[in-house]
Design a protein around this ligand. Structure first.
Ligand SMILES: Nc1ncnc2c1ncn2[C@@H]1O[C@H](COP(=O)(O)OP(=O)(O)O)[C@@H](O)[C@H]1O
Ligand SMILES: C=C(OP(=O)(O)O)C(=O)O
Length: 486
């Protein structure tokens, strides 16, 4: 069953003035005087009550639940007011953030308390990087997310397993070592080596793949070494840019893709998101799209294998191509890197988030910022606020160019297209009833201005839909008679 209904959204407490001049907006954004601060605090109280007391039902209007901490409420009121770009006849569409946030789970946030707090702060997808941690620790996180989902009515968290794919990594070290510029350092394919001048790599063909003169990049270029000589099992290098080398770091050869075996098949009923991380994948994007449900723009590895100046162009291109084919795209790596150690992002990082949102990414990702950073919650809140603010400036109504050619199901596309048109014109949310998730994904593809509230009778599908731009997935039991369900 898949049914689409255009639905009017609650206006809640938000007022909707027209966008105003830049000067007016700047005035509004200036720090408030004491009097207005007191007012804002009083406002916040009622604002919270209204938000927290909303529930989603099939018949009632859509709720205005925003996964955000209470202290952000006053800021968000501002966001809504300044971002009214709606062309809608009746009202401004909902202010729920559409771009989803992926948080990598690691030592900084793998507790029950932190998973709950991250979810409340805006996490939509929990990512487990299988290159780190062990199965038991990942299982614990999966159980915690399931527990959270079990008690959260309408804020479900998807789980993304980042499998140990075809990547070259250095081995484990008892403690980080310092590489000094100019020193000799050896990588070996022998297992279990981890001293101050020699370290294992996890890839047996490493010695065959690299050549004398190649530049090896650690963590996408945080450190680099030039290859001086090779033996049967080792590669002797000289450190060009030194630094602190920790366990299990990414290794790339500048400008080369490793000839690593890739995953060839998968029987499980899972969504497959491919990581676009090698130079080799770029000419093959079209076949990759067909074989996957979406893509992650792995900017770290991409920027190591290709010249860094190509990364923003590739990001835009990958988003465009995957989106035009109706597939999800996640923009990953370094989005708020400085927040691993600082409580405030750089302005360039804020711009980076805004660009990914404007380019139409379904999701934006935090890696070390949440996995081992000092400010995981603050990082999520920054991402949430910047995405929401940016989305408020994007006018809806632009349709993907290849209408009727993506999903090969013209009737569904027609429904999705016209529902999007209607909801944009009326300034409403869209409600869809979907068993497989297909119709919700199709609607997301058209990027309506309002939220897509997707009711499904499959918990698995509800979780999966959490990744898609603009989709608010809600579980409900469907009755045999669809009239009764509605
Ligand atoms: N499950 C985990 N256990 C321990 N540390 C982790 C885990 N997941 C991530 N980390 C830490 O967070 C960092 C950033 O995560 P991520 O970007 O996924 O890793 P990487 O860049 O190594 O591929 C990792 O380098 C690692 O130090
Ligand atoms: C996302 C990436 O991979 P990882 O998290 O494994 O560093 C990347 O290379 O950008």
């Amino acid at each position: 069953m898949a049914q689409v209904v255009a639905m009017r959204s609650i206006q809640s407490l938000f007022s909707c003035p027209t966008s105003g001049s830049v000067q007016e907006r700047v005035e509004k954004l200036k720090p408030s005087s004491f009097a207005s601060k007191v007012l804002a605090r009083n406002d916040k109280k009622s604002f919270n009550v209204v938000f927290r007391s909303s529930h989603i039902t099939a018949r009632k209007s859509a709720p205005e639940l925003i996964p955000v901490s209470p202290e952000d409420d006053s800021k968000l009121r501002g966001v809504q007011q300044f971002g009214d770009t709606s062309v809608a006849m009746w009202s401004k569409p909902t202010v729920r953030r559409k771009t989803k946030i992926v948080c990598t789970i690691g030592p900084s946030n793998n507790t029950r308390e932190m998973i709950w707090k991250l979810a409340e702060a805006g996490m939509n997808v929990a990512r487990l990087n299988m290159s780190h941690g062990d199965h038991a620790s990942h299982q614990k996180v999966i159980d915690l997310v399931k527990e959270y989902n079990g008690q959260a009515k309408d804020n479900v968290i998807a789980i993304m397993l980042d499998t140990k794919g075809p990547e070259v990594r250095s081995g484990d070290l008892p403690q980080p070592i310092t590489l000094e510029t100019g020193q000799e350092f050896t990588f070996t394919i022998r297992r279990g080596v981890g001293t101050s001048d020699c370290l294992s790599v996890n890839y047996d063909d490493f010695v065959n793949d690299v050549e004398v003169g190649d530049m090896l990049l650690v963590d996408g270029g945080m450190m680099s070494l030039v290859v001086k000589s090779k033996t049967e099992d080792s590669v002797k290098c000289e450190v060009v840019d030194g630094g602190e080398l920790k366990s299990r770091r990414h290794l790339n050869v500048r400008g080369k893709s490793a000839t690593l075996p890739s995953i060839t098949g998968c029987d499980a009923d899972i969504h497959v998101i491919v990581k676009i991380e090698s130079a080799d994948s770029i000419p093959n994007l079209h076949s990759i799209i067909t074989a996957s449900d979406g893509a992650m723009v792995a900017r770290g590895d991409l920027g190591a294998e290709l010249p860094i100046e190509e990364v923003p162009l590739l990001q835009e291109e990958i988003i465009r191509i995957f989106h035009s084919m109706g597939k999800a795209v996640i923009v990953a790596t370094n989005m708020l890197e400085s927040m691993i150690v600082h409580p405030m992002p750089t302005r360039a990082e804020v711009s980076d988030i805004a660009i990914a949102v404007r380019e139409g990414a379904d999701a934006i990702m935090l890696s070390g910022e949440t996995a081992h950073g000092k400010f995981p919650l603050k990082a999520v809140k920054v991402m949430h606020t910047v995405a929401l603010r940016t989305e408020a400036t994007i006018s809806g109504g632009e349709l993907p160019p290849n209408l009727g050619q993506v999903f090969k199901n013209h009737m569904s596309e027609m429904f999705a297209y016209h529902a999007t048109m209607m909801s944009n014109t009326l300034g409403t949310s869209t409600v869809v009833f979907t068993r497989s998730g297909f119709m919700a994904i199709l609607l997301s593809h058209y990027r309506p201005s309002g939220t897509i509230i997707a009711f499904t009778d499959e918990k698995r599908i509800q979780q999966r839909l959490a990744l898609y731009q603009g989709v608010c997935p809600v579980y409900m039991e469907f009755l045999d008679d669809s009239e009764e369900t509605f």
